[in-house]
Design a protein around this ligand. Sequence first.
Ligand code: ARG
Length: 452
Amino acid sequence: MTKKLWGGRFAKEIHPLLEKFSSSIATDYRLAECDLIGSFLHVHVLFGAKLLSRSEFLALKKSIKELLAIVQKGAFQYDPAAEDVHTCLQNSLEKKAGSAVQKLQTCRSRNDQVVFDTKLYCLKESVYLHQVLLDLGKSFFFLGKKYAGLIMPGFTHLQHAQALYFKDYCGAYEAMFLEDASRLECFFGRLEITLGSGALAGTAIPASIYTSEIKKALKELRLNDPLYEILPPKNSLVNVSDRDFLIELLSALAIVGMHVSRFCEDMILMSTKEFNFFELGDEFCTGSSLMPQKKNPDSLELMRGASGILYGNLVAVLTTMKGLPLSYNRDMQWDKQPLFSSLDIVRYECGILAQLLKTIKINKDSLSAQLKDESLYATDLADYLVLKGVAFRKAHEIVGKLVQHSLSKNIKIKDMSEAELKQFSEMFNKSDVLKRLDPVFSVNLKKSIRRK
Ligand code: ARG
């Protein structure tokens, strides 16, 4: 049986069913690098507090560094029978550093370790995803720029609303992903990683030793970036028992997923035969095993569907945490599966989207055919009457009647005579009306946007 970090108080071995159910190594092995960094800081603290001899300190440091290199290379063999990643690494260290490892858990609890590891992991991942989201925003910007003068119909309620520049449509998604990036920046900017909470009440080592020794250790690991500031806790109880940081990250990731899902839905819809605005590259579609003609946007559907998992992961941790008495409870072990699941999904989504954008073909003919729909310019006609002194509500009514007339008599506004137009308002003049039925004129009338 794999050695545990506890056991003296027990007369019987753990039940095999509980042993399996409670083991987290299959999930939390991903925290190994962070756990070893934490151990490295902790041995510095123990040495600073004179709880290790110099030779014990050096032996531990050397073994931790060696193990860290193996883990970073992806060459470490995790013991599937270990209770968790902390136990697994400690057992491996024992083989390398010998008896000094017996002192490693002095003033340290897995309750503190697991939160340290998870926070450090979240920091690294969110810093990475922040950059990925900035890049994704840029990809949307460049897609819009590539088709700078292109105009498309814009929708509300999925009905034709007003003409839009395609670059502004792309700009909407650019803005969403930049906002998502800034949410992550706020997240990691505020994240406080601490060491020294013990099991819940703190440890006997003075905070000043933690502060100075952690600084030295981080320098030695070349992690002396302000981003990696690690201090003793302001409150040890909250540190071991709250997972608000993780919920915040899951929430930011769920929002990314929601944005991704909306874009996917837009593309799915607008690449149907009915719309025929866009076509996705073959490399992001799949076929049907039965219908030979099919080219299905599975990549988009999978990403749209994954939003359900991202929301579920957020709600799972919120629900697990609700009603837990202070401080640490083992329930919290269930936080890592949702965390890793959401991080992996968002990583994939951003990577796929950035590539997929490069493959989108635009069917300009379909777009311009739709731009012939005069209802897209109805608001511009109302605004025209406003400029002539008609109150907007009245102008709205007049143009509404004009549109209704056009539909019921099956005659285009552009084909109506001046006299016919004047039946709706004396202010109408044929050449001005024609000007306003033009998409370029229409989009250029909109001036409230702060363009870059
Ligand atoms: N695997 C545990 C977790 O993820 C580590 C902490 C265990 N602490 C304990 N007191 N049993 O939360």
